[in-house]
Design a protein around this ligand. Structure first.
Ligand code: 3UK
Length: 533
């Protein structure tokens, strides 16, 4: 590794041993990184240096900043971190807030100061924040005043967190007031390209959170793989969407990718389906990032909103059912861009373009990444056979001091925990999370396939399919269905519909109607919660 700029060596001290790392691949010409790199220089300062500082950069929460404005804000905050709060390179700085330009400025300030950004999901409570603080040994926090209480409670239990500074508080000792007393210039710490820049905690649904460590070069690498090959955005684009910046889907889609091409981004504090549509109209947004269920919920409302500005829509976080892709295209004329990403790999590694979209398939490995399907013994499987999705590329899994590294990385491959197959044309087709595969009457059944069949019925708004214990069949396929407004719950009709769409043995033998389904803040279905009921 290159000589580190970190005075606090925590990150390098807690990387997994090199022999447990995934193999890293830097084949693309765009992925040749030198020894020194600060991601903020590349994404933010570069534009100002090139005389493009007046270009619109980020708006939301009552502000509208150019690249030069964001740079000035980030520099002032970096000065506060270093000169008032005593942050040294390598310290972990927790970030907490809804998506706002102010949060984005804090993120860049941390990166500029050579510290490590630990962004946290807004809905986390004190107990969960405490786990993150303890695990990453977080010393400082920048927190939106609106979310201060839970963090203060977490600090009580975790004195390792020395200082919390609030932004958007309006107080004389708040971050903005302090920042205003510092110069708008800052010399970025000359970090190594392989110095840790962020620790992203997985949106994992159970157990202890896993911290994934990503370097300065990883931040730039993801900007040079999926965006130029699949998204192909331009400097004139206006990005918008729902995923929190603490979720790497949101960090990339709503901050890094727009800035990597000199485009602008709209950060929304609230982005429920109807609010997101309204914001697209208001800001004349052109590129949208959100989860499959959000597209499904927005579709029936599209007719009442003039979203003609929109030209590209990205779906990730969960499998995109063919019915949702068709519905969105019918209502907007836009072919969704689906991509599978993971916190461990930072962003999307299998995807497609509008022209190569294939309903029901995720796509092909993004240039820069390689993928294959492995059996339980780690042998490559031929097309058509279901196995474990394995990936490698310029980014990959490095858990912070965590034995689960050995589960995610095998023989240099990242194993995402997804069951996939490759079809005859090389398209990767999602089946299920490996631990969500249902075994019923000797058959392997992928819940999402049954969900896709149900979703093509007009009465179904949302659904989830799980296996429930059954004396006779081992597991029984059970569906939880949320009905569309104005439809009655006719289980028999839904069962017949599934039998007519896919192999009849896969049909849900039990159906329960619900008014909503349990989801994470990142839009993922929490199937384990349904299994517990
Ligand atoms: C699932 C998908 C099918 C899959 C993420 C884009 O979701 C992200 O990261 P997480 O760590 O979860 C990873 C897991 O989510 N998944 C995500 N996208 C898809 N399954 N089709 C998809 N398109 O199980 C994967 O292993 O929360 C997504 C960018 C950055 C991300 N962190």
């Amino acid at each position: 590794m290159h000589p580190s700029a970190h005075l606090d060596t925590f990150a390098r001290d807690h990387l997994p041993p090199q022999d447990q790392w995934p193999e890293l691949v830097f084949e693309l010409p765009a992925l040749q990184f030198g020894p020194r790199l600060n991601a903020a220089t590349e994404l933010l300062d570069r534009w100002v240096a090139q005389g493009q500082g007046d270009r619109p950069c980020v708006q939301g929460a009552g502000v509208k900043w150019s690249y030069a404005d964001l740079q000035a804000e980030a520099n002032r905050i970096a000065n506060v971190l270093v000169n008032e709060l005593g942050v040294v390179p390598g310290n972990r700085v927790l970030l907490r807030g809804a998506n706002t330009p102010q949060l984005a400025a804090c993120w860049f300030a941390v990166i500029k100061a050579g510290a490590i950004a630990v962004a946290t999901m807004p809905l986390l409570r004190a107990v969960e924040l405490g786990k993150v603080i303890a695990k990453a040994e977080v010393s400082h926090a920048l927190c939106d005043a609106a979310l201060a209480d839970e963090l203060a409670a977490a600090q009580q239990q975790n004195p390792v967190l020395r200082g919390i500074c609030l932004f958007r508080s309006g107080e004389p000792d708040g971050l903005e007031a302090r920042a205003a007393r510092h110069p708008a210039s800052f010399t970025n710490v000359d970090t190594a390209s392989d110095d840790c820049a962020l620790i992203a905690f997985t949106s994992g649904t159970t157990g202890q959170p896993k911290g994934t460590m990503h370097f300065h070069r990883d931040i730039i690498a993801i900007c040079r793989c999926w965006p130029p090959h699949s998204l192909r955005a331009e400097a004139s684009d206006v990005f918008i969407g729902s995923p929190p910046l603490a979720f790497t889907f949101g960090l990339g889609g709503l901050l890094l990718f727009p800035m990597s091409v000199g485009a602008s981004t709209v950060l929304l504090e609230k982005a429920a389906p109807e609010l997101l549509l309204k914001a697209i109209v208001e800001h004349r947004a052109t590129v949208c990032f959100t989860a499959p269920t959000s597209y499904r919920a927005m579709a029936p409302l599209v007719a009442q909103h003039d979203i003609a500005s929109l030209r590209k829509c990205v779906s990730a976080g969960e499998a995109l059912p063919a019915a949702t892709r068709a519905l969105w295209k019918e209502k907007t004329g836009i072919e969704l861009l689906d991509g599978i990403g993971a916190t461990e790999l930072l962003h999307i590694f299998i995807s497609h373009t509008e022209a190569t979209a294939r309903p029901g398939a995720t796509g092909k490995p993004v240039p820069g990444y390689r993928a294959c399907i492995l059996d339980d013994a780690g042998r490559a499987l031929p097309p058509g056979q279901i196995g474990h999705l394995a990936v490698k590329g310029p980014t990959g899994c490095r858990y912070l001091a965590d034995g689960r590294q050995r589960q995610y990385v095998h023989d240099g491959w990242n194993l995402t925990g997804d069951a996939y197959l490759v079809d005859a044309d090389g398209y990767y087709v999602y089946q299920a999370r490996t631990d969500d595969m249902i075994i019923s009457g000797g058959y392997n059944i992928a819940g999402p396939e049954v969900e896709a069949a149900l979703l093509s019925h007009p009465a179904v708004a949302e659904c989830a399919v799980i296996g429930v214990p059954d004396a006779e069949r081992g597991q029984l396929v059970k569906a939880f269905v949320v009905l569309r407004e104005g439809h009655a719950g006719d289980a028999k009709a839904l069962q017949e519909h599934v039998k007519a769409s896919i192999a009849p043995y896969k049909y849900p033998r039990a159906i329960e109607f619900r008014s909503s389904l349990p989801r994470t803040e990142t839009g993922k279905l929490q199937r384990f919660k349904l299994r517990e009921t």
